[in-house]
Design a protein around this ligand. Structure first.
Ligand code: SD4
Length: 308
């Protein structure tokens, strides 16, 4: 059951992130500390080609990161198209804490990261560069549906069409009193256009948190989430009385109705948490998994139900 869930995150590699978030809580950290610590795990992992270091680049060969962090008291910070910095989520947190703004993008975001002392680092690993060079042979932008094999880190691969599985992390946490926070971080869709911003760093698309109501995050083809303000919609449905599960189902059905054939073969998944620790998850296509950690620190990976 979802009773007393403390941390949930997208995909099976979320389990390692949840463990880091739980450890941050045990060390006396705040909810923001927890979600930041969790998001940093895949950001630093070169085997994850969709987040941070080792992420696949845009079509011009630049790795550009999108991230957002949010609490339930109006605190929001985000970065989009951030370059040369591993921990986009930590830069997003600095935007929240040190600037009068909620989102910095592009060169300004990268410059802010340098000013804040984040080390400059090339994020393009030899492996990611090789995948990009392979992709350049056809240069077809064809995002394919994400799906999990059930083993950490093995689910991302280039398909014959040149597209690949691509998994963002969205992480939601609550404390024993029902306060909540969330984080979402990604390198976005592989081989995207330069300057493309996905759903992940946009409040109400990749992440939304509302005190006393719920929190939601998304993964999959970001344009399909941004188009409908997906996580804002999930939380609005919860405010109107739907369970976290029903709210995730409602937005997925809405996207399918709205888009019809345009979303054939496209994956979008939503994950939601309410202040009592009930979890909801739903997606367009089979294969979306999520990691759930309870108040005792036990983590399990579950498979979300899908519309198709
Ligand atoms: C994006 N939503 O940039 C992200 C990608 C993703 O699992 O979630 N992949 O569109």
């Amino acid at each position: 059951s979802g009773e007393a869930t403390m941390i949930v995150s997208t995909w099976d590699f979320g389990a390692a992130a949840n463990e880091a978030a739980f450890a941050a809580m045990k060390a006396g950290g705040s909810l923001i500390d927890m979600v930041e610590a969790g998001a940093k795990v895949p950001e630093a992992d070169p085997a994850n080609h969709s987040v941070g270091y080792g992420g696949y680049p845009d079509r011009d060969g630049h790795v550009t990161l999108d991230a957002v962090i949010m609490d339930d008291a109006g605190g929001v910070g985000a970065v989009a198209v951030l370059e040369d910095t591993v921990h986009a989520i930590s830069v997003a947190r600095r935007v929240m804490e040190k600037t009068p703004h909620t989102l910095l993008a592009g060169d300004g975001a990268t410059r802010f990261a340098r000013e804040q002392g984040f080390p400059k680092q090339n994020l393009l690993t030899p492996e990611a560069e090789q995948a990009w060079r392979e992709w350049l042979k056809t240069a077809q932008y064809q995002p394919v549906a994400n799906s999990e094999t059930g083993t950490y880190g093995t689910q991302r691969h280039v398909t014959p069409g040149g597209a690949l599985d691509h998994d963002t992390i969205g992480l939601l946490a609550r404390d024993a009193s029902g306060r909540m926070a969330g984080a979402c971080t990604t390198s976005g869709m592989a081989f995207k256009m330069r300057g493309r911003v996905g759903d992940s760093p946009q409040v109400g698309a990749g992440l939304y948190v509302e005190r006393g109501v719920g929190a939601a995050t998304s993964t999959g083809l970001g344009e399909e989430v941004t188009r409908v303000s997906g996580t804002a919609r999930v939380v609005a449905s919860m405010r109107a009385g739907m369970t976290a599960q029903k709210a995730c189902e409602e937005v997925v059905r809405h996207i399918a109705r709205l888009r019809g054939d345009a979303i054939k073969g496209v994956q979008v998944g939503f994950l939601a948490l309410d202040p009592r620790g009930n979890v909801g998850a739903f997606c367009l296509l089979p294969g979306f998994t999520y990691a759930v950690t309870d108040a005792a620190g036990r983590t399990v990976v579950r498979k979300a139900a899908s519309l198709f």
